[in-house]
Design a protein around this ligand. Structure first.
Ligand SMILES: Cc1ncc(COP(=O)(O)O)c(C=O)c1O
Length: 458
């Protein structure tokens, strides 16, 4: 049993001895030993060697239930047999042709058949490219320059995608008219000047800001559920209201469904019955391989038609590569409507169970999200926008970081920001195992919470 945060870190370091050793050369050759900020966590991440179904194995041979699923993309888990066989078949006959393939047409049709708002589609190599190209299309189609973006919305790792990601007061300004903030060093200030920020789940404020900026704004680009800021779901009529006000004011709606496309065959837009002008997707449609896509109204997508005068440019070396297409087709083929229902029900079981565990342990916290996407927050204040989430995060100090290490030691692998997603190989058993580990971790940390974070006690 541990009694301090130092003990928790020590226990993790003993548990991941091989990873600790592997970090030495890694730190020499890559900054911080890592090549992806979001996959890094303190004191160092466990190196993984193998994945199968919903399980992962680390360099010390420990087994984990993978709730991270490469940030929600592995909806079928690891090494899904049909995906493996499709990839094996393709890899021996070529991985990149710089030419059309029938597989591109097939995957395009499969997606279009599922999503009524997508009449034409283009593939790219990642979700970031999808949102970037959708934004460009909106500028070109409307002739207007600025983009409206959700405060706390993550739309990929390009300048626009990360603007106003973490609204910290007082810099964030009043919620009635949020400041547009560069999220990091190195972001082009010109891109900040071209963004108008609006708060999530606040339709009245958004409508006022839309009316104020409608002549300069081409589109509202938004995640329909704030993923990076902790899976904050939309209020029941919110997305419909957003669709209506964008339409009424001649602003395109670009829905970033890179994460939420795992919630229903037609994405979250099917669940809330809305039709955006453009949609960006990625993650699950690649069967575990790199992919992204953007699509929508035919007249907008036709801007990219190279058979027309003055067409728009869309390059990218691995766009529509046959390997991602083969894996994507094999994955999407397996995603029948009942699969989503089962995943979403398991997500409800996890969310409800986590909330009960917090209550029983007497610690302030909550699990929120929608369907198969779950996020834990160490606060019991309601969370409906990015500011609520940021307040909860900073309010919990270093507690969430150590809690994450407690979960890893118990063989549960969520994102270090406490995001959980469900994959098809999971059953009630995996959910209940995670709930057991969560309860044990809370009880392990309770004496520390009592001593160092007493405001987190109920
Ligand atoms: C909502 C959302 N949009 C866009 C992206 C970017 O996708 P990718 O990492 O494939 O570029 C992500 C990635 O996590 C995302 O969550």
């Amino acid at each position: 049993m541990t009694s301090s945060v130092e003990d928790i870190q020590q226990a993790y370091e003993s548990w991941t001895k091989t990873s600790k050793k592997l970090m030495e050369p890694a730190r020499e050759y890559m900054p911080g030993g890592d090549t992806r900020t979001t996959a890094h966590y303190a004191p160092y991440p466990a190196f993984m060697t193998r994945g199968e179904g919903c399980r992962l194995w680390d360099a010390d041979g420990h087994e984990y239930i993978d709730f991270m699923n490469n940030f929600t993309s592995l909806i079928l888990g690891h090494a899904n047999p049909k995906v493996v066989s499709a990839v094996n078949e393709q890899i021996s006959v070529g991985t990149a042709f710089a030419a059309p393939t029938e597989s591109q047409v097939l995957l395009a049709k499969m997606i279009i058949d599922r999503v009524p708002s997508i009449e034409q589609i283009r593939f790219c190599s990642c979700g970031s490219e999808g949102t970037m190209m959708a934004a460009r299309a909106a500028r070109a189609f409307t002739g207007k320059q600025k983009i409206m973006k959700m405060e706390g919305g993550y739309n990929g790792n390009h300048d626009l995608g990360e603007i106003s990601l973490i609204p910290i007061p007082p810099d964030a300004g009043p919620i009635e008219e949020p400041n547009t903030l560069p999220p990091d060093k190195g972001i082009a200030l010109s891109s900040v000047a071209d963004v108008v920020t609006v708060p999530f789940n606040e339709p009245e404020i958004t409508e006022k800001l839309i009316k104020k900026h409608k002549d300069e704004v081409c589109a509202l680009l938004m995640e329909p559920m704030l993923g990076g800021l902790g899976m904050i779901p939309p209020k029941p009529d919110y997305l419909k209201a957003i669709r209506q006000m964008t339409e009424d004011n001649d602003i395109l709606l670009i829905l970033d469904e890179v994460i939420t496309f795992r919630l229903a065959p037609g994405g979250i837009q099917e669940i809330f019955d809305i039709k955006p002008d453009l949609t960006a997707i990625g993650k699950i449609i690649g069967g575990g391989l790199p992919i992204g896509a953007y699509g929508g109204r035919r007249e907008i997508m036709q801007l990219f038609n190279p058979e027309t005068e003055g067409f728009m440019w869309h390059a990218s070396t691995f766009s529509g590569n046959p390997l991602s297409m083969a894996a994507g087709i094999a994955a999407v083929e397996q995603l029948e409507p009942d699969v989503y229902d089962r995943l979403n029900t398991l997500g409800d079981r996890l969310r409800d169970g986590l909330n009960l565990v917090f209550e029983k342990a007497g610690i302030r916290g909550q699990a929120i999200g929608f369907g198969s996407l779950v996020n834990v927050h160490f606060t019991d204040k309601p969370i409906s926008n990015a500011r609520d989430s940021v307040e909860g995060f900073f309010g919990a100090g270093a507690m969430p970081m150590y809690f994450h290490l407690c979960m890893l030691r118990r063989g549960i692998f969520p994102a270090s920001r406490h995001m959980y997603s469900i994959s098809t190989p999971m059953t009630d058993n995996e959910i209940d195992t995670a709930l057991g580990a969560f309860a044990e971790s809370l009880y392990e940390m309770k004496p520390i919470v009592e001593r160092e974070y007493p405001h987190l006690l109920r």
